[in-house]
Design a protein around this ligand. Structure first.
Ligand code: AMP
Length: 357
């Protein structure tokens, strides 16, 4: 089976690495010839246009993507199976569509209001209150394209700074913590879920994931799985889907989804019986899904903008290093470390020994 992956970052790289034991081969599409997945699979350099994506797909058996801003039309025009379905991509690309979609499924979200000008902003502020976040509907990631506003003046300033339209105003949620759920659905409709993960961000970028999320009750897990199940079915989804939530007490408010393998699932490579990457591929191929059971208590630390001392990291018991082969630049995810420990106390101890967070 020849699999095409749209997007040649670390996610594409780890997908290919997970697919080789299954006898799969890969071709990677990326606009940059430096794309790090190109170090482990043949790279097709092109722009995200229907014609170029079409040429890339010639001779492949199926296509998936690891990059969310692939133009939906380019995906829809492909004459071969593409998973996850284009509709999922379309929903994920627009924060308004995404929030409306989940609200339509009966999943709680923060209060939100579309903003295309000063009047909408006024109305939105009345509806969601202050503080609030003004976000661009499209193209934002890792906390980019959004502003926290505490006053009317700040909101007006942010409206201008973010382009005046195509925005979403969202009530600020004083959450206890952020959690994510990784779900996977196969071609026959079977589903599997990983345990809830706790995620800590810094400067809008994921820094640390803890799996399982400490103290997450079976009831909370079931709640998250129920929400995910609704989305998976409504989208006739195939592959891994990541859902991010704000946890407030025993409530989960939907924040966003990623129709792909996700940074908060990297720990599954060593920390679960089947990694998110392998399960994504199994789902696409119509193979049985693998067990999502834990192999211990995991922590995943992103390496952002620096190259650590590899020997020091590898001297920590249970630590695994993933270096993506990218050029180190400020704010760039260049690798991660996963720590798997037999209990929470030793996970804490290991994290201290790593000295990365
Ligand atoms: P996003 O790109 O929408 O996931 O936002 C990036 C980060 O900003 C989230 O992970 C949160 O830490 C924070 N954030 C986003 N929306 C809200 C909100 N409505 N209330 C509180 N914090 C938020």
């Amino acid at each position: 089976m020849r699999i095409g992956v749209l997007g040649g970052g670390q996610l594409g790289r780890m997908l290919a690495l997970a697919g080789y034991p299954l006898g799969l081969s890969f071709r990677i599409f990326d606009p940059s010839e430096e794309a790090c997945a190109g170090q482990v699979a043949p790279l097709f350099v092109g722009r995200y246009r229907a014609e170029e994506v079409g040429r890339f797909a010639e001779g492949l058996d199926l296509v998936t993507y690891e990059f969310e801003n692939v133009p939906v039309e380019a995906v829809r025009s492909l004459p071969l199976p593409v998973f996850p379905p284009a509709r999922a991509l379309e929903v994920a690309q627009d924060r308004l569509l995404e929030k409306e979609f989940f609200r339509g499924l009966g999943v709680p979200t923060p209060p939100f209001h579309p903003v295309d000008g000063p009047e909408d902003l006024q109305e939105g502020l009345l509806r969601v209150g202050l503080p609030a976040l003004l976000k661009t509907r499209r193209g934002g990631y890792d906390g980019k394209g959004q502003a926290l506003v505490r006053t009317l003046e700040e909101a007006q300033g942010a409206l201008e700074a973010l382009g005046g339209k195509g925005l979403l105003l969202e009530g600020f949620v004083p959450f206890d913590r952020e959690v994510s759920l990784l779900a996977v659905r196969g071609r026959g409709g079977e589903v599997a879920f990983y345990p809830l993960v706790e995620n800590r961000h810094q400067g809008g970028i994921l820094r640390l994931s803890l799996a399982p999320a400490a103290g997450a009750s079976p009831k909370l897990q079931k709640k998250a799985e129920g929400y995910a199940q609704r989305a998976l079915e409504a989208l006739d989804y195939v592959g891994v889907l990541a859902l991010e939530f704000f946890q407030v007490g025993e409530e989960l408010l939907f924040n966003e989804m990623a129709p792909r393998v996700h940074n908060s699932g990297h720990w599954t490579i060593e920390g679960a019986e089947t990694s998110q990457f392998e399960n994504h591929l199994r789902a696409l191929l119509g193979l049985p899904l693998g067990s999502t059971a834990l192999r211990g208590y995991s922590a995943m630390v992103n390496l952002i903008g620096f190259r650590p001392d590899f020997a020091q990291i590898l001297s920590v018991k249970g630590a695994h290093l993933h270096w993506y082969g990218k050029e180190v630049r400020p704010g760039r995810k260049v690798g991660h470390v996963t720590l798997v420990a037999p209990d929470e106390a030793r996970r804490e101890e290991g994290l201290r020994a790593l000295g990365l967070v």
